[in-house]
Each structure stands twice: as structure tokens, then as C-alpha cells.
Design a binder for this molecule. Structure first.
Ligand code: TXA
Ligand code: MG
Length: 340
């Protein structure tokens, strides 16, 4: 059920969380599936509902930096980043505090912490804290590997009858998941690009961010194939678009095209205008993938955004959606050859 976030609804949701229940909450990035991070059973219910592997850690959402201290060991770098970007779309991976519940972070020695800026998420965390809570574990409120929800209705579309109560905070302003910075090692690393940009983090740290390597903490949002819609996603060079489009149309495929300019009307082609600014594309990305899926396109041809740092988050999510396409094509080939 979708609910308007009145003061009463927020109070009810906070109580439900304290009672061990699940709720879906709006954040400025994407909708989250929340549970009281200090309750083992409640956190287990998130994994069950999402179909998420047990060793993939969740992010713990806190009301402020002081509450973060209960969960993680916050060094000077963490303090500087929290001061600069919290509340907001930045998640810090830090060493887990001795007293923090291990199930809040998939049993890892590190923990992901984020203080959301969405007024509804903030109000829930505030009430939850008044009721004795200290952190809400919340992954994106979608089934594992699928596109994150950016409206309340997306949560219902994904989780169906199993969806818990969803507080409706409107469409998410940011639209892609938070930026994740790993602070568990001497050199800070960018694990997932997002709205808080690499250059802005580097300016605050006074240090270049490393890219994730094989020693970096595992993050499901950093798997090569993730964020996949049903249709095949293909990134194309602007100069190759018309050729690919005519190949697809000739093959009888209905195609969605994301490009800055209309490639020319044809009844088999659904054109979506690609925003010129990265923030706007981020905000439109997941809703756009869902909308094209809903129109039954077999393939989405996406004109690749520029290869510059401000486009990192869009390119990252599109590349993972495209990689998932490759994998599912390979998996169905294997299946069809083995079932013959
Ligand atoms: O914007 C967001 O971050 C949204 C909203 C709901 O806050 N949440 C979100 O959660 O994207 P989720 O679970 O879908 O992605 C969290 C990412 C995962 O890739 C997870 O593996 C990583 O954070 N993560 C969490 N704790 C970690 C840890 N201790 N070490 C490494 N990665 C961690
Ligand atoms: Mg997710």
C-alpha cells in the first residue's frame, strides 16, 4: 500500500520499524527497503524479500554523524566528508565499530553508512531515533539485480503482493544510488559513482580517489552486471546509431532509442530524448528504462554519454545494464543448448 507521509504515517512507520517490520521509504537517490539495523530477524527479512545473496552488505541509514559513530570508526577523512556532504547522497564504507551488529553489514569487518537528505527519510529516522532506534538498514527497494525504484509505484511494480507499506515521497530527485567511498584503506577509493562527484570528494580529501581493485570491499552495486531492465540494452556510438537502428528494424525488433535527437520516426522505434545535463539524465534514467520495458521494446539503443567525469554515474549504470544483457543472452544460449 502507498501512503502519504503525514506526521501520523511517519510515526506509524517508525513504530513498525521498531517492531521489526519492513517499510519502503523515499530517499533523495532511490526508494529504500528499510528495517531496524539492530534487529537480526528484521534485516534477514530484507534479504529474503529482495532475493539478495546473504554476503552482500546493506547500507545503514543514520539521522546524523553522531549516530554514525555507533556503527563505524570515523577517522578524520570520514569527518571531513560527513561535514561536507551529509545529509546527502554519499555512503561511506568504514571499519565496523566493535558494538555494531554484524548482520547489518553482511558479516564484513566494514560497514556502509549514509545520512539521507530526503525530508521524509529524515523525519522517519528522527522519529525512529526518538523511539530508541539507532540505524535503518536499507538497500534499494527492488529485487536483486533489477533497476532501482525512483517512485512509490515502482516499488509496488517490483515487489507486488510482497511489497510492504510504501511512504510516497514523490519521484526521487537524484535518481541513481548514492556515491560510495571506501575509507577502510589508506588510499580512499570510489566504489560507486553517484551525484556527489569524484572531483568534489577529492577536493575535500585533498587526495585523488583510487579505483576499486581486487582488495576493495565487495559491493553488489559494483558487480559488472547489475541494474538490468528486461529488454536488451546496447550502448552505441553516436555515429553508429542509424546503422544499428536499421539493422534492428530490419530484424523485426521493436526498439527504444535514447539519443539527444530524434533519429527519424518509424512505427517500430520509440524515441526518448536523452537529457543534455548529467543530473537530468540521472533523474530520468531508471524511470526511462522501466517505461521502455513497459512498452515492450526488445532492445534499447542508448547513445553513449560523453566520456567525462560528470557523466560517470550515468555511464556506470548504463554499462552495467548493458553487461547484464550480455550475460542473460549467454545464459539463455547455454540453457537452450543444454535442454536440446
Ligand atoms: O542511494 C543508496 O545508496 C540507496 C538508498 C536506498 O539509500 N541504497 C542502495 O543500497 O543503493 P544497495 O544495498 O542497493 O546498495 C548498497 C551498496 C551495495 O553495493 C553494497 O554491497 C555496498 O553498498 N555496501 C554496503 N556496505 C558495504 C560494506 N561494508 N563494504 C562494501 N560495500 C558495501
Ligand atoms: Mg540496489
Amino acid at each position: 500500500m502507498i501512503e502519504t507521509p503525514t506526521a501520523q504515517a511517519i510515526d506509524r512507520v517508525a513504530r513498525q520499524l521498531r517492531a521489526g517490520g519492513l517499510v519502503a521509504l523515499p530517499t533523495e537517490t532511490v526508494y529504500g527497503l528499510g528495517a531496524d539495523a539492530s534487529q537480526r530477524e528484521a534485516v534477514a527479512a530484507i534479504y529474503a524479500l529482495k532475493g539478495r545473496p546473504a554476503d552482500h552488505p546493506l547500507i545503514v541509514h543514520v539521522v546524523d554523524a553522531a549516530q554514525a559513530q555507533r556503527w563505524g570508526v570515523l577517522d578524520a577523512r570520514a569527518q571531513r566528508l560527513m561535514a561536507a556532504f551529509w545529509p546527502g547522497p554519499l555512503t561511506l564504507i568504514v571499519p565496523r565499530a566493535a558494538e555494531a551488529a554484524p548482520w547489518a553489514c553482511g558479516g564484513q569487518a566494514s560497514i556502509g553508512l549514509r545520512c539521507p537528505s530526503h525530508p521524509v527519510a529524515h523525519a522517519v529516522l528522527e522519529r525512529f531515533t526518538q523511539l530508541g532506534g539507532s540505524g535503518v538498514a536499507a538497500p534499494s527497494a527492488n529485487r536483486f539485480g533489477k533497476v532501482s525504484p525512483t517512485t512509490a509505484q515502482h516499488v509496488i511494480d517490483d515487489l507486488g503482493d510482497e511489497a510492504p507499506l510504501v511512504l510516497d515521497g514523490g519521484p526521487c530527485e537524484v535518481g541513481v544510488e548514492s556515491t560510495i567511498v571506501d575509507l577502510t584503506r589508506e588510499r580512499a577509493a570510489l566504489l560507486r559513482p553517484g551525484r556527489v562527484r569524484r572531483a568534489d570528494i577529492e577536493a575535500v580529501l585533498g587526495q585523488m580517489l583510487a579505483d576499486p581493485d581486487e582488495l576493495a570491499p565487495r559491493a553488489s552495486g559494483t558487480l559488472a552486471a547489475h541494474y538490468s531492465p528486461r529488454a536488451a540494452v546496447e550502448l552505441v556510438d553516436p555515429s553508429a546509431l542509424l546503422q544499428r537502428l536499421s539493422d534492428c528494424v530490419r530484424a523485426g525488433q521493436t526498439v527504444g532509442v535514447w539519443s539527444p535527437h530524434d533519429p527519424g520516426a518509424s512505427s517500430e522505434v520509440i524515441w526518448v530524448e536523452a537529457p543534455a545535463r548529467p543530473d537530468d539524465w540521472e533523474a530520468a534514467l531508471y524511470a526511462g528504462l522501466r517505461a521502455l520495458d513497459a512498452r515492450g521494446v526488445a532492445r534499447m539503443l542508448v547513445v553513449a554519454p560523453p566520456d567525462t567525469p560528470v557523466w560517470d554515474a550515468v555511464r556506470d549504470r548504463l554499462a552495467r545494464a548493458a553487461a547484464a544483457t550480455g550475460l542473460s543472452a549467454a545464459a539463455s544460449t547455454i540453457k537452450s543448448t543444454t535442454t536440446k
